[in-house]
Design a protein around this ligand. Sequence first.
Ligand SMILES: [Zn+2]
Length: 237
Amino acid sequence: MADFKTHLSVAGTLSGVLAVGCLQTGLAEPKDALLFFAMGTVGGILPDIDSDHSIPVNILFSCLATLAAFFSVFSKIGVYSIAEAILLWIVVFVIVRYLVFQLFKRFTVHRGVFHSLLAAVFFCFLSAIVLHDVFALPGALAWLSGCFIVVGYLIHLLLDELYSVDMMGVRLKKSFGTALKPISFTYPKASIALITATLVLYFFIPEVASFIQEIGDVKLYDALRQSLLPQEGWFGF
Ligand SMILES: [Zn+2]
């Protein structure tokens, strides 16, 4: 199992690179690229949300609470007064940081259901819904952010699997195969609950057609090819 620092730096670096790619191809504006980077990084630590180690989980919930609080305020700019915005920030932060955190702690087992591909889909749906419905982001942007959560999530699961291979002795440690799996069979009840929750979310997801259209656009891949390497000399030389 990879440690928190490894997860944070690998997920952060890769989602940063991908976010720059989105920026270069015109798929995202600078502010969106920042959001993608944040989403990918959060996705990279999200599977350990039920970890027994308190530091990463505390950091994760502080990050989630701060993100949620700022997004709540940003979505109400020009609607609420400064005093109301500050109050909203505090309320959202406290709810996510303390209330949701306590609920999570009570109902989860580490490496249970959250180290699975199903959980990645669950968080993708959840973030797309929240970003679209609560923070009024356009559907395509909300979906792309959800995809960044999935990318971060997959990086985390792959890293956990890689770390369960003993490179020197070329043996597999006991934890091999516990991270990257479609669903968790060890905790059937929790898995059924997660399947149900994912199915419920499915009915609330933003429309996906505009996102598919944007991603499937041939011009996007032309732009990607063109901006991948310098047209003339490197750095203008
Ligand atoms: Zn993990």
